[in-house]
Design a protein around this ligand. Structure first.
Ligand code: NAD
Ligand code: DAU
Length: 335
């Protein structure tokens, strides 16, 4: 099978390519990635000689059309993915997440190519801390940030293309991923690399916000399950019952790295900060029989810490620029 994977120099897409080549050695993989600040060719070390890598923009309609014409399946990961960046400069989010998706689904419909759309639980907005409800496929869309609004818009484009043009598509909306090769702008890698550097971890606001953590490999096995057995036109939520609040995550990182669990700073809160995400993955589990492999967050986090300790050459080039960007908008708040 020929597979076009967009955004695979990034976190989840690169892990998807590693998993795919390890489990489906016959797959012919082409990667389309613009190598933005978030992309690193080093994330594809070990598989670069087994794939075709095309550096290019999903917003380039002619390039996208040519690549989609030559594949059997598109898995679309490419996106501007960081909420904080979307608050300081939303424009690339509109261009990549909306225009890029539009180009891919237009090409997929013209060439009758199977399409899988990678999306996020953030399209549903947030939940109260004490709300027993979790997101389901029927939860109304209610995005909070420019990032999540563009992801919601891209999902709606895909849904419309399924209904109006019979696009052969599935959509997945996943919760927060952790694991190797995640950019150090994101919560968990930022704190791990801060601790390695002797810098105190940074907690936004009160730190009560809850995220529903899933290991990146579990996200990707779920994506393959949906591609293999999901119903065309359907949306599937992906999650692994991993709700933890941010304070507890920071305290656990400090403890696992041999530091005092109190050794962190509170910093300026994110504008519009979503309080809680929680996924009910019942449809994926009961209809398609998927189950997560990583059920112990403490062990998965320890393995992730070990990866960052062992792979400083991968993250060091991005660390200073990331912290400089944060320093311009965040400061320590006394409590
Ligand atoms: P990432 O920021 O680590 O990687 C994004 C990749 O896309 C990078 O390699 C970047 O170079 C590439 N890219 C950006 N703009 C591009 C463009 N215009 N053309 C081509 N390539 C471009 O992101 P990630 O965390 O791996 O997220 C991947 C996908 O998964 C996104 O669609 C995101 O919305 C979704 N998602 C992420 C999470 C999470 O926890 N990280 C959870 C659910 C869904
Ligand atoms: O839910 C899925 C989403 O998860 C994806 O769609 C996004 O692409 C991905 O970035 C992630 O979004 P979040 O905004 O939840 O992730 P982030 O890593 O930026 O932050 C996680 C939580 O930690 C959030 O409540 C903000 C907080 N935080 C973040 C950083 C970077 C801190 O307290 N301190 C920090 O330094």
């Amino acid at each position: 099978m020929r597979i076009l994977v967009t955004g695979a120099a990034g976190f989840i897409g690169s892990n998807f390519v590693h998993l795919t080549l390890a489990t489906r050695p016959e797959a012919q993989v082409t990667v389309l990635d613009a190598l933005t600040y978030a992309g690193a060719l080093a994330s594809l070390d070990g598989v670069l000689d087994r794939i075709d890598f095309v550096q290019g923009d999903v917003a380039d309609a002619a390039l996208v059309d040519r690549l989609v014409a030559a594949t059997d399946l598109v898995v679309h990961f490419a996106a501007e993915s960081h909420n904080d960046n979307s608050l300081t400069d939303p424009r690339p989010f509109v261009q990549t997440n909306l225009v890029g998706t539009y180009n891919l689904i237009e090409a997929a419909r013209h060439h009758r190519v199977r399409y899988h759309h990678i999306s996020t639980d953030e399209v549903y907005g947030d939940l109260e801390l004490d709300d027993p409800k979790r997101f389901t496929e029927d939860t109304p869309y209610n995005p909070s940030s420019p990032y999540s609004a563009t992801k919601a818009g891209s999902d709606l484009l895909v849904r419309a293309w399924v209904r109006s043009f019979d696009l052969q598509a599935t959509i997945s909306n996943c919760s927060n991923n952790y694991g190797p090769r995640q950019h150090v702008e994101k919560f968990i890698p930022r704190q791990i690399t801060n601790v390695i550097d002797g810098v105190r971890p940074k907690l936004y606001g009160e730190g009560l916000n809850v995220r529903d953590w899933i290991h990146v490999d579990d996200h990707n096995t779920a994506v393959w399950t949906i591609i293999d057995t999901g119903r065309i036109g359907e949306t599937y939520l992906i999650g692994a019952d991993g709700e933890v609040n941010n304070t507890d995550v920071i305290r656990l990182i400090l403890e696992l790295m041999g530091r005092s669990p109190e050794g962190y700073d509170h910093v300026t809160d994110r504008a519009g900060h979503d309080l809680r995400y929680a996924i009910d993955a019942g449809r994926l589990r009961t209809e398609l029989g998927w189950t997560p492999h990583y059920r112990n967050f403490r062990e998965g986090l320890q393995a992730t810490i070990d990866w960052y300790v062992a792979n400083e050459a991968w993250w060091r080039p991005m660390k200073d620029a990331t912290e400089a960007k944060y320093a311009a908008t965040q400061s320590v708040v006394a409590r």
